[in-house]
Design a binder for this molecule. Sequence first.
Ligand code: BES
Ligand code: ZN
Ligand code: ZN
Length: 477
Amino acid sequence: MKTNTIQNLEKFTGTIIIPVFETYSKSLVPIEFHGVSVSSKIFYGKKDSFYVVEKYDCVHVFVGLGKTIDYKSLKTAFRRIASKLKDSFTTPVALNIPESFHAEQVEAAISGLFLGTYNLGYYKREKVDHPFLSPDFVLQLVSKKEYKETVARAIKIASAQLQIFNLVDLPPNKITPKYLSNWAIESGKRYGFTTKVFGYEEAKINDLEAFLSVGKGSDKEPQFIIMNYVPENVDAKTKHVGLVGKGITFDTGGLNIKTTGMVHMKCDMAGGAAVFGAMQLISDLKLPVKVTAIVPCCENSVDSKSFLPSDVIKSHSGYSIEIIDTDAEGRLILADGLSYLIKNFAPEVIVDIATLTGSSVGTFGYECAALFTNNETISKKLQQSGDEVGERLWQLPLWEVYKSDIESEIADVKNYSGKPVAGAISAAKFLEFFTEEHKAWAHLDIAGVAFGDDEFAKTKHATAYGVHLLTKFIENL
Ligand code: BES
Ligand code: ZN
Ligand code: ZN
């Protein structure tokens, strides 16, 4: 896709996108643009509204921004027009940048436009192409300022997010653990990080028993994926961040089979996908931070070989785990991911991200992820980064009293309290048990925000939550 900047729209023909702030509610919005005036009766510049006028060989798309607009709403406003007005776009497309826009707003608008090209109809016989994806599509910014870097960055962000939409929305017969490890290898080659993969044998040699137990009921080979990004100039001050993402390609619940919501469980690798997307984006943006990322990938399936409730299994840490519920599988693979990361790479900061509990959805619904951390600085940085990119987080406690929920009689720890309360907290306490008292660890439970309903599709679909958040967090360190 080509982009350039133009100073004015003289002699322009094509589509012109005109973002409009709601300057005077219920009176005339002062738009006199390219010879098109919009009367107050039609368009006030209200948030979530847009208005299309065809005049002078141009399609004018007015986008309402309300009085002020946050990053996420701005991105959604642009995704909306790119997605809903797909058939109205004539090329080239000119985007008028309001003088009051700052770089982040330009970034949100352009990222949004590109996300608008997304189409869930992967397996439909009739394919629909988006005009923005045509090789001769040109986006022209109408602005006195140059936004070259911002535009490049916006496209990189959207590209990473589109990749993750793809990984999460494709079905589990396509997105297998092997598919994900191949994806990581290919993405690493293209964007500049290395990938190492343990299949069944290497995982066994490396004592990743908790991880292997979860995959036992599936004939799809588990893949323990380790990625490393090293920036060009490393010195003693270069920070080293560790990421771990849950990569359950489908969660049936195992022998404690799910009685509700199983149909959505292809999304159970969305934490892992967020880590993949962040790796792509961090490398693409060439951020000056070292990142080691682990995504344990397997399928939690039902079979005579499946692990059993009441099994006692080993883990990479050396601690034994009593299985109370095979549906509490995410924490098992994350436990091995965290121990392996800490023992072998000792990063200064660790963030894990997972669609871990229904309890976090019960607490925060679909608007906000649950954050757990033993480090207040990290907590603030994560929340601030989330607010900047419209991926919200709120902290829940890791108080010592909750530890009793995971104390086992027979083993070092158990994977579920057996009680229908405080599920997100006891899951986080379980993960904390495997962090070797690391001083800067955070856990993000994204079960409510990774996969959702919105105006862009009839079914639940991926949000790419975490891709931008993790990248921003690492940038803000
Ligand atoms: N993958 C689920 C959590 C989930 C719920 C993800 C809703 C996305 C949307 C997880 O593995 C799970 O099954 N958790 C159980 C744990 C329980 C059995 C201790 C839960 O939260 O109910
Ligand atoms: Zn489960
Ligand atoms: Zn799960």
